[in-house]
Design a protein around this ligand. Structure first.
Ligand SMILES: [Zn+2]
Ligand SMILES: [Zn+2]
Length: 161
């Protein structure tokens, strides 16, 4: 695992080159326990010089250990960035271009604000705290968010099969 992603511009082939590897995810600096990166940032990129412009394109992926924003359960997911694109202005003196910061920013921008373990996660009952993915609780309004309480008063109670 590398600490940085550095392109050796001085030795880059004119027709462009492909690179792949893993950069230490410590560069992500994501605080807190809700999202913990592991395994490193994987990249597969192609780099080519067009005059004084270094153009880099490719894909990134990063595994995360996360806590579901709805039910509080632990789960793992892989974040994929399919359109990693960077353009850097270089001059004759540039030998190495460090793209570590661009990697980091791309991953952070793609992160979900509220990671959920699955799209249909039922969350926890606001009354008793039971994880509703494991089954219904015995509270009468267990399947509804408390914000719907006012509406519940207007709509006749519907029974689930
Ligand atoms: Zn969940
Ligand atoms: Zn409940």
């Amino acid at each position: 695992m590398d600490e940085k992603l550095i392109i050796d511009v001085a030795r880059l082939k004119a027709e462009g080159e492909e690179f792949s590897g893993v950069v230490d995810d410590a560069v992500l600096e994501i605080g807190g326990e809700l999202l913990r990166p592991f395994g490193g940032i994987r990249y597969e990129i192609s780099a080519q010089l067009f005059g004084t412009e270094l153009l880099v394109r490719g894909t990134l992926s990063q595994d995360f250990d996360a806590v579901c924003a709805r039910c509080g359960g632990d789960f793992d997911f892989t974040l994929n960035v399919d359109d990693f694109t960077v353009s850097v202005e270089v001059d004759e003196k540039s030998e190495f271009v460090d793209l570590t910061d661009e990697l980091r920013q791309s991953i952070i921008l793609a992160l979900p604000s509220y990671p959920v373990c699955r799209q249909d996660c039922r969350g926890v009952c606001v009354t008793c705290g039971k994880n509703l993915n494991e089954g219904p609780c015995t509270c009468s309004h267990s399947e509804r968010d408390s914000r719907w309480g006012a509406l519940d008063a207007l709509v006749p109670e519907k029974k689930d099969d």
